[in-house]
Design a protein around this ligand. Structure first.
Ligand code: SF4
Ligand code: SF4
Length: 100
């Protein structure tokens, strides 16, 4: 059973990404992302909104696919800054690797 953490977005804010809740899941970032990979990065923001921390920690290496090209951030109509959110998730995973 998937455990959700409703305060996951707040937990991430300490790692520099506090815009995920602005996302309204339009999919623009996933369409422009050069990775063309399973709704990345939109899917990660959705997981944060749902508090589905386990889904992100299931396969954290996915985060390191990001090239930090900034295209998603430039085109997001909500100012959700998905590129920075991915960077914050990487910081979170790195900081919590040995604790999980
Ligand atoms: S472009 Fe912005 S609002 Fe649209 S899915 Fe991506 S992060 Fe969310
Ligand atoms: S910054 Fe990362 S997630 Fe955003 S478009 Fe570039 S490769 Fe994709």
């Amino acid at each position: 059973m998937l455990l959700v953490k409703p305060d996951f977005a707040e937990e991430l804010a300490a790692h520099g990404s506090d815009t995920a809740m602005e996302c309204f899941n339009c999919g623009t970032c996933a369409a422009i992302c050069p990775l063309i990979y399973e709704h990345f990065p939109r899917r990660m923001l959705r997981y944060i909104q749902l508090g589905a921390k386990e889904k992100i920690l299931e396969e954290p290496a996915e985060l390191w696919r990001c090239l930090h090209c900034g295209l998603c951030t430039q085109t997001c109509p909500r100012g959700a800054d998905p590129g920075e959110v991915i960077l914050g998730l990487k910081r979170y995973v790195t900081a919590n690797w040995r604790k999980s």
